[in-house]
Design a protein around this ligand. Sequence first.
Ligand code: ADP
Length: 541
Amino acid sequence: MSRLVRDVLVEAPTVAPTARGEDVYELFSHDDDLLVVAVVDNRHPVGLVTRDQFFLRMADRHGRALFSKRPITFLMNKEPLIVEASTPVEALNARIVRDRPSALMEGFVAVRQGEFVGVGTSLELFTAMARESEERNHKLSALAEQLGRARIEALAASKAKSDFLATMSHEIRTPLNGVLGIAQLLTATDLDEEQTEFVRVIDDSGQILLRLLNDILDLSKIEAGKMDLDIHPFNPKQLAQDAQTLWQGRAREKGITFTIEVSGAEGREFKGDPVRLKQILFNLIGNAIKFTDQGMVDVSMVFHDIGRKRSVMRIEVRDSGCGIPLSAQERMFTAFTQADAETTRRHGGSGLGLAICKRLVDLMGGTIGFRSVENEGSTFWFEVPLKVYFGEQTAGSTEDIAHEEETAVTTTRVLVAEDNPVNQAVAKGFLKLKGLTADYVENGKLALEAVQARSYDLILMDMEMPVMDGIAATQAIRALTSEAATIPIIALTANALSGAAERCIAAGMSSHVSKPVERDALFSAIDAALAMDRRENRKVA
Ligand code: ADP
């Protein structure tokens, strides 16, 4: 709290204008601490006498003779600094420093509506100011301590939140895996029209739930600083091709044109995180198609080189859709925000897509933005810096794996290590569809024992199992000295866990398929694993 002038006044006697020099001499000589005496006429201040000035004058030649018998008005400062008693000390100080530095030596008079209240000295002012700044420092350090504590609590809360989300999403993913897997299996059975429709609804709803789960998890991972980019060379033409393949069907269904153009890439590869770039691009294209009922969605992917080694990739997604009202435009990249409740209800979505895109682009050191005119269309764009990749092109060694003789497949022995009965049932269903039978064990330790007791051609290995998890089991199998050490192992990963795929490969697994398992992804992983040269697996171990 700030002090007022009236709080810092000093105890000092006052004298009338008629008092003589010798009276004041008396006052000063009796009290060594007395610095000022105010001259007050009928409650109105008329002047101020300061100790040193007074003694200087008195000590002059003839000083005493001249002033002793004269009224004090001959000796006083007739224009002292006069301030209202309710002025804050800080304001008075500022005023003295700015306008009346002389008051530092002379002191000042405090009044209330023109009537004398008391006198003050700069010594008192400084003491008050010093006390005030000391109190302020105290408060500041208490505040800093509070802030520090609040920050620690917030970090702990945020960590708890992301741990909770990671756990929950894993827990939800397992039954969802069951629902989606069985729905896919059902479509392969004999269904009438109504049943087919029911299964389609199950699958659609499951996919929406899965997307939501992935979005929430992505967002929480980014916010917890746990999202790492996986940088490696990629081909922009391939990115464009993938987008074209995925989205042209949906665009055609809606009767809108959909084009993608790449320029400035000149057949080069660039280093970036293609999975995350695809996620951003697909999100923007998905929105553009979702919010456009007629006309077009055009995508351009342009590379601007900065020197020889670096380039900026700018992607623009233009649509002739409903556009975004001005009122909603500034909240576009905030989580759970949607421009218009009505259209969104019609189109679905969680309002997380753009928030994730923004955070991913930030993570890549880029920028994202948009311009939009309601009822005319929108252009969403983003730019990210990328390094040009100069390494040798790796020759595609995966092309010759497709045609393996059927007989090999029918005699193939597969081991599935999976503790969850739902996931086991799903795996069994898929393997049966592919004409394979398998043995089932429910933890890594049993898998290790099984491969030593019988010979297998392939293992599907869950990551998280009791007793011994998938990573430990794989490492133990790869460390065997028998032929079993080279069995191809496909990891079944809940992609909820960050870096799961990398850890599988590092442990010596041959490839990984993420849950919920997609039929085509599993089948091609199985084909590739069975076609590979088993000696390759030994190298990794
Ligand atoms: P979602 O689409 O999952 O709801 P997004 O964060 O991707 O979440 O988008 C948030 C909102 O931004 C959408 O609900 C929509 O209102 C608006 N929006 C995004 N892209 C477009 C677009 N191309 N045209 C019109 N509105 C858009």
